[in-house]
Design a protein around this ligand. Structure first.
Ligand SMILES: [Zn+2]
Length: 183
């Protein structure tokens, strides 16, 4: 029993947000299991985009059928944890319910299924919250987009741009520094 559980802990799990699916990524090229929430898929299905996203939705359906892609709604416990934390970091209003739910799912998978997880997103409020929750994250891996974002680190209280790295606290007020794309 213990051995089985340990093996399971080594399985790599990737969690995708809406934008990652919208790149049209080919799931067959990935070895890992992929998780997302039903609401992320609903965002891709909205009428306005349904024709444009037809190929993407077909790929998603094939991945669900082959159990490569698993849809799961997180437990309330983890949604509450993410809500609380995002209020503290100031990301609460910057994140949609779907975003917060996806982070909650990631937290739940990290604690219950596998420690080897990675959430893919290019939303900086999501990245910010993930870094606060010790969730490993990576940006969109579509060629060209990743390299175009230049980040600046700033203090959300003093509103000053800092030269320090993200994991430090503001030397004036002590608040944890955040990052945002440079304009
Ligand atoms: Zn400050």
């Amino acid at each position: 029993m213990t051995l089985q559980k340990d093996n399971k802990k080594n399985n790599e799990i990737l969690i995708f947000d809406t934008n990652i699916f919208l790149t049209g990524i080919d799931f067959n090229l990935l070895k890992s299991e992929i998780y997302t929430t039903p609401n992320v898929i609903e965002e891709i299905k909205i009428d306005k985009y349904i024709n444009k996203n037809r190929n993407i939705l077909n790929k998603i359906q094939a991945a669900i059928d082959s159990k490569k892609l698993i849809l799961k709604t997180p437990s309330n416990k983890y949604i509450e944890e993410v809500d609380k934390k995002s209020e503290l970091t100031g990301d609460y209003n910057a994140l949609s319910n779907t975003d917060k739910e996806l982070i909650a799912l990631t937290l739940e998978l990290k604690e219950t299924v596998s420690i080897n997880i990675m959430i893919y997103t290019n939303d900086y409020s999501m990245e910010n919250l993930c870094s606060e929750l010790d969730i490993p994250f990576a940006p969109l891996f579509k060629k060209g987009i990743k390299s175009k974002i230049i980040w600046e680190v700033y203090c959300p209280y003093c509103k000053e741009i800092k030269a320090e790295n993200l994991n430090k606290n503001c030397e004036k007020c002590g608040l944890k520094l955040k990052r945002r794309p440079k304009k």
